[in-house]
Write a protein that binds this ligand. Sequence first.
Ligand SMILES: [Mn+2]
Length: 390
Amino acid sequence: MEPVSADAVKARLATQAIETPSWAYGNSGTRFKVFAQQGVPRTVEEKIDDAAQVHAFTGVAPSVALHIPWDTVEDYGKLADYAASAGIRLGTVNSNVFQDDDYRLGSVTNPDPRIRRKAVAHLLDCVDVLDATGSRDLKLWFSDGTNYPGQDDIRARQDRLAEALATVYTRLGDDQRMLLEYKLFEPAFYTMDVPDWGTSYAHCLELGPKARVCVDTGHHAPGTNIEFIVAFLLRAGKLGAFDFNSRFYADDDLMVGAADPFQLFRILHEVVRGGGYEPSAGVAFMLDQCHNIEPKIPGQIRSVCNVQEATAKALLVDTAALAGAQRSGDVIAANDVLMDAYHTDVRPMLAELRAERGLDPDPLAAYRRSGYAERIVAERIGGSQAGWGA
Ligand SMILES: [Mn+2]
């Protein structure tokens, strides 16, 4: 049974865009150790060069996300030009209000109004960066929370959060958006101020149409049904973005699809089902990963390909047969339709698609043959951390 034509699937796959994060190319680690790798970028321009390699070999990673202040430069217009000359563009701007000593008790929810003002000022600066780069999205993730019962007033912190978000929202241009990411725990262990999609959704609803939820696939309790969240948010028009990564236990930030490729398929099935794959839906597909022990550019290429494979399988679902089985209450047949798509080996189709687009059918092998990895090891002496630890 081949009711969905391979050509139709390939045509839809050709429009896919997966954004890679600048921090994936720098050294990163756990709180126990950062293992330095040779050849990692020393500057934001070198991060852009590496991101451009991922796009050059996969054809579906045309933008790179920035992180402020890790990627701070004097002239963002010039940086955007640099990215364009490398063959990609600058994407989402990620704010950082979690690395300053002032933020020990929180940033925008800090009980001290001076620190709240400082945090909001940084977020407003990030909107200036959007203006300068022409990027659409500001991504907000807050490490804010408490470690102990009674440490601070949970409800007052929600009020402070709402006030800060409203201030930033007001500053957004007509074509700019705010993506509010949530996380169950860490670094705070008792309460996080944005712990789950419901909290993010409620704040975004109150703010207005330019505020949407960002789903980081590693930010839930084990066993959470992420595809349900995706279906719900798409139905509500509030799914703004994914931060894709993979996890076995907590916020592991491993290569997406590594731990549970079936979950990735189920998520992308709901994306397709809910219209989230249409460019007009405005859902940003991003990676948020750290390659602590594996080489970084191959890690990103593998991740991009994993998302592409899961998307291909989701696009192969025979929606008419699925709807028919669902209508007739045929539980086994409905499940079979999904599993048929999941079990399809889409690698030959993707190899064909790449060849048709003038790419090597095997992006990872082509990257390895290119000599780029050896070149950066020789040229880049003294590469830097992605942004944390020393
Ligand atoms: Mn994230």
